[in-house]
Design a protein around this ligand. Sequence first.
Ligand code: FAD
Length: 383
Amino acid sequence: MLPEPYAGLRDEARELAMKVEPFATEADAISTVHPEVHRLLAESRLSALLVPGAYGGRFDAVDPLAVCVVREALMATSGNLDALFALQGIGSFAISVAGSEQQRARWLGRIASAEVLAALALTEPEAGSDIRAVSTAVSDQDDRLVLNGQKSFISNAGAAGFFTVFAREREAFSLFLVPADAPGLTVRPSPEIIAPHVLGEVDFNGVVLDESDRIGDAGAGFALVMATLCIFRVSVAAAAVGLAQAALEEAVRHTASREQFGRPLYRLGPVAERLADSWGEIEAARLLTYRVAELARADPEGTLHLSSMAKLVASETAGRVVDRCVQVMGRFGLIRQSKIERLYRMARPMRIYEGASEALRPGIARALVTELTDLSQEGTSAS
Ligand SMILES: Cc1cc2nc3c(=O)[nH]c(=O)nc-3n(C[C@H](O)[C@H](O)[C@H](O)COP(=O)(O)OP(=O)(O)OC[C@H]3O[C@@H](n4cnc5c(N)ncnc54)[C@H](O)[C@@H]3O)c2cc1C
């Protein structure tokens, strides 16, 4: 049982999802923001969960568990809706925690109301998991800061009002707040992917910035990106749980109503096995996700390895579950634009973005070894 205010938030999110459900297939087939999805998100006021209370937010600070319960409900219905919601936080969090008063006052209220959309631009053609390899850079020219480079696969590009841009600055990395209409900034569509997503390639050609466009201190870029992940990575796990649950519900509906060999499919051994295993794995992933989100609220930096663990477990679970669900639905699981087929495609990118599974495992293993080594040293010193 979820305590309040989270149970209430889940109901609000489900209500929004129900309004989107009738045209979710259409929304998830396009790689632009769906105007009605945007309107309904704004009407729900749920994006107010993604900025601090002082700037129109619902809580004093962004609460990872609140973000999780909402993403779980939204992703079960539409990837377009889930991404639109989540990006409002992911793209603006650095401003919330380190932006100047002027930056916060200009943008955060409009993020809370979803009047303006946000984007976080880290990835480049040559830099993905290894974000320290970025080549987008800001240089000093006649007392001005000039930004040059290219970002790739940026969610909301083409629709966002601003980009939070990760760039080299001298020997370190900084974040810059770049309005989408800044001269020298252009957006091209990214290649279409298997589950359509609002994505763009963003070019910065001599974009002139001011000191006041930096978010936080010079050189604080990497720490601010990590701070964003510390709050939002676990929410990808929640979205994966929502997706897996939706897939299981599709499979249950189908296997309980279709008979083969004189009985419902779900009573055939291997089908029952797949449904039962999937249910258990989803429940386990959900419990882990909620627990980690609670811990992340109290100690975001100290729990990034747990957020990575939840993201790894839940996204891999979603991949396995949706594959099994397609299998038990037979040919009906393969029909283009059916819900299960859509979920099957949507599950795949989740194992890659915000930390590919393989990129997450080394950090989790390091934390495990440190924790167990510390424990065994404590044991030795106590004995
Ligand atoms: C739908 C979608 C939305 C996105 N939105 C954004 C966005 O808004 N902003 C943004 O900046 N980026 C965004 N991205 C880009 C995303 O962050 C990158 O795809 C991700 O970081 C992985 O980088 P890559 O694709 O270049 O893979 P690579 O870094 O080239 O990695 C390829 C593969 O190598 C393996 N690998 C990588 N690192 C390691 C490691 N350390 N140890 C072991 N194996 C490893 C993994 O299997 C990985 O899948 C988005 C991507 C997608 C698909």
